[in-house]
Ligand binder design. Structure first.
Ligand code: NAD
Length: 417
């Protein structure tokens, strides 16, 4: 099944469990608007490259569209639709006033010079300007995009309208009205969720072994904060391979190595395993699949040993694999709950920007932590409620029912249903 089909089959299941009408599924299963643009860029080499860009605006029942921009060579429009749909669910569950969106360009940003990357970012904004805006659609970074790319984008948008509009993009560098917490917000949120669930099912996070697949923005900060909370990070991986140490890795050293050499496999200690998937299979109580979609599938789920799977990435576990994990007593904390720290922080940044107000780092992190804990707690309560019926339910089912309920109620009072 494709990524989009996986997302839609989860929503279908959520609609059935929550008892929502067919016509609600008909509305929620399709994006409201898809914009495809061509972005011509004269590269430094002299060649004219015409990139294809997307913005999928999935649903606006709860507020303006909100979601990241992905630069990845394998990005397809169908994946972008799936990611936009997840954003609608995530923003609803988080209780923030946003609908869902996602954008992207199929490009490998690592193959572009900084100058060419800047030109592509500015071209993306010029092409999509009519459908973006601080009250219309507010993008943020995702895979392959960064605070620097957001800075170019916000600058381009501001030039087009003739005045500074910081609130139209989030996760900007702090000097351009970003908030310092945004850099680590997603991984921090994953760590908060890991700790909360570990307290419920493992008696605490202290001393528990954690393995992380994907050592980018999400994975690095997930690993960093769980280690600060007392867990032992035994493995992390990126596309260069997996590093493993049953006695615990030095996470800060691994981050330094990854960020200076580009490859975590250059970490000087522990065991080096060439397979990037090996991090999914090591002995650990908690697993963070924090890289990409479709990583834990029915083919490899038998090798996954963790009791708690905290989905830092979007869509890393297929529905069949998730049911298999649930049958054996493992808990999968779904992506749209686990990795919501990034968008919740983006929301806080947006509120600051709209008011031209500034919160300090500790104050902002405390607000983020409070929202993450409250979302986890209400979802866990629903999960226990569903499980008490005696039937097999996943935590995703509970999160879906809560998230869909909020969207359904908003659509109803708007008169869409
Ligand atoms: P990133 O580009 O910073 O990092 C991705 C990492 O995954 C890289 O280290 C890459 O080498 C590694 N990777 C890719 N394929 C791999 C594989 N098969 N095995 C092991 N490692 C692999 O991206 P990111 O921003 O951390 O995003 C990662 C995931 O988290 C994506 O699914 C994204 O949608 C999701 N996410 C990110 C944010 C955010 O704020 N960054 C927010 C919500 C969700």
């Amino acid at each position: 099944m494709s990524f989009l089909n996986n997302v839609l089959s989860s929503i279908k299941r959520g609609c059935e469990i929550g008892g929502f009408p067919e016509e609600f599924f008909a509305l929620i299963s399709k994006p409201e608007r898809i914009v495809m643009v061509k972005i011509p860029v004269r590269l430094s080499s002299g060649k004219l490259e015409v990139f294809e860009g997307y913005r999928v605006q999935h649903n606006s029942a709860l507020g303006p569209y909100k979601g990241g921009i992905r630069f990845h060579p394998k990005l397809t429009l169908e994946d972008d639709i799936a990611l936009a749909t997840i954003m609608t669910l995530k923003n609803s569950l988080a209780g923030i006033p946003y609908g869902g969106a996602k954008g992207g360009v199929s490009v490998n940003p690592k193959e572009l010079t900084q100058k060419d990357l800047e030109a592509l970012c500015r071209g993306y904004v010029r092409a999509l300007k009519p459908v973006l805006g601080e009250y219309i659609d507010i993008p943020a970074p995702d895979v392959g995009t960064t605070p620097q790319t957001m800075a170019w984008m916000v600058d381009e948008y501001s030039k087009l309208v003739g005045y500074n509009v910081p609130a139209v993009f989030t996760a900007k560098p702090p000097i351009l009205h970003g908030n310092p917490v945004r850099e680590y917000a997603t991984g921090f949120g994953c760590a908060v969720v890991s700790k909360e669930v570990a307290e419920k099912v493992l008696g605490g996070i202290e001393g528990k072994r954690v393995s992380i697949q994907g050592f980018g923005n999400t994975g690095q900060w997930h690993a960093y904060f769980v280690s600060k909370m007392g867990a032992k990070v035994v493995a992390v991986s990126d596309t260069s391979g997996t590093i493993y140490d049953p006695d615990g890795l030095d996470v800060e050293l691994a981050m330094k190595v990854k960020n200076t050499t580009g490859k975590v496999i250059n970490y000087p200690k522990g065991v080096k395993i060439p397979d990037p998937q090996a991090s999914l299979y090591v002995d650990a109580e908690i697993l963070g699949p924090d890289a990409m979609e479709n990583q834990i599938t029915i083919e490899n789920v038998g090798k996954v040993k963790a009791k708690i799977i905290v989905e830092g990435a979007n869509g890393p576990t297929t529905p069949e694999a998730e049911l298999e994990l649930t049958k054996r007593g493992a808990i999968v904390v779904p992506d749209f709950l686990a990795n919501a720290g990034g968008v919740i922080m983006s929301y806080l940044e947006w509120v600051e920007n709209l008011q031209w107000y500034i919160w300090d780092e500790d104050e902002t992190r405390a607000k983020l932590e409070k929202i993450m804990k409250s979302n986890l707690s209400k979802t866990y309560k629903k999960f226990e409620e569903l499980q008490s019926s005696g039937k097999e339910f996943t935590m995703r089912d509970a999160a879906l029912v809560l998230s869909l309920e909020r969207i359904y109620q908003a659509m109803k009072v708007r008169g869409w249903l």
